[in-house]
Design a protein around this ligand. Sequence first.
Ligand SMILES: Cc1ncc(COP(=O)(O)O)c(C=O)c1O
Length: 541
Amino acid sequence: MSLQLKQFTKNTINNILYTSVYSFYSGKRTFVQTNKIQPSFNSKLLSIGKSHIIGKGSVSQKSFYHQKALAEENSYLNQSLSENDPKLFDIIEKEKKRQYESINLIPSENYTSKAVLDALGSVLQNKYSEGYPGARYYGGNQYIDMIENLCKERALEAFNLDPEFWGVNVQALSGTPANMCVYSALLNPHDRIMGLNLSHGGHLSHGHQTVNRKVSAVSKFFETMPYYVNEKTGIIDYDQLEMLVKAFKPKLIVAGSSAYSRNFDYERMKKIAKLTKAYLMADIAHVSGMIAAGYLNNPFEFCDVVTTTTHKSLRGPRGALIFYRKGVRRTIMHDLKEFYDIENKINLAVFPQHHGGPHNNTIAALAVALKQVKSEAFKKYQGQVLKNCKVLENEFKKMGYKIVSDGTDTHLLVINLKPNKIDGARVEKVLEKANISANKNTIPGDKSAILPSGLRMGSPAMTTRELKEEDFKKIAEFVDRGIKIAINIHGKVKGKLRNFKSALNTNTYPEIEELKKDVIEFSRQFPVVGFDLKSSKYCKE
Ligand SMILES: Cc1ncc(COP(=O)(O)O)c(C=O)c1O
């Protein structure tokens, strides 16, 4: 028995039994019930099967082996990642261990499901399909069309939208390009946009710029102006927004954020947008999961366009959705109506204006995630995300920390570290050394994004790993330990952030090592999502 045949495990044999294959035996398309071989394993096994499994010359053999094996020099094309690129495979295995043994508090991250990962890594990625279902520039898109239509149906269902009044584009590649597509669809170059100021919780793609630099391309191609939170309360100052809108006369206002922990008042914003007949666009990238589950204010009641990334609280693949309104926009007089004309503009902005072929594997994976969104388990998950974040708020408050906006309605919060005489950057670095991922963040009034005063944390990722309220109390304790360690080291290592970082990299701090040990022990208690611990290379140790 050859060595190869020995590797031909019992499982593989089981796999290939009882599978029917089509045959072109004798040039005719005959269905042959071979009950023997499944045509989807690699060429090595094919060659083993050829000589050892089935008697030479049998009808079954010919019917199956009409599919020629790859030439020896091309056999790598059917190798698994571990066989083909052990170095890269090994790095991924290390990343699994990092995810398993870390507390992830980055509010924009999550662990997507195995089913989503399966679709992402599927043959769908091979297909070019420029265009839209039913109108593609290439042939062979019958299944791609089915997938994109299914994804669109599910996207509307996920947010309970009536297809008569809402449409959706599922092709945008990620959040930033999705937003740019909307601006370029609805506005002319140099038209005016307003979005929440970056250091008050907004996002780059809402038009961020500084005195010296057009940081976001949005601010290069459009005229952008921020609105703000009230620095005392940390809540969006809607009265001031109204005043600014009257003066600036934007054509589009963005309601959305990356680090604002309060519910948006879309109703008020719609009234304000009407003052200059501006479009109101909600960017719900962070909170779309909670909105789909019905826990937060619903932007679809008031907005003209809603965009979202799909990889944050929605727990899907990296991608984006753009929802746009259809039908009557406003009634001018009782029988004179203005209709929305944004469907075509948005679809054309996505393709062909901003990309060529859509990422079909991502669209399929998104369809899978959107099916999950409609489940009871998903609703329960989002409820738990909110409960867990409230625990963080309560615990940090008990410990005496100051929280921006004085708390949270959502999945995230930002601690203001100014009163603790430390900054977010230093704390982030200490936490990272102890296997806790959280990120430095500007708070209202901050001047520097490199050395901001805030630390942003959120609950979606760890809630996916089934952590509950008691577990989040423990997490608050770990973070508190990390902050105190950072304050302590900062007291000894004076000067610039770079000195602090280099001290962390050159010295061993037993208190950080102790914290790391506790964090690892804690994290290993919880299940992982998307991969199997038993078969992973480093998680077993
Ligand atoms: C509110 C908001 N919009 C857009 C984006 C951009 O998404 P992406 O990173 O996919 O471009 C983010 C990312 O964090 C975000 O928070």
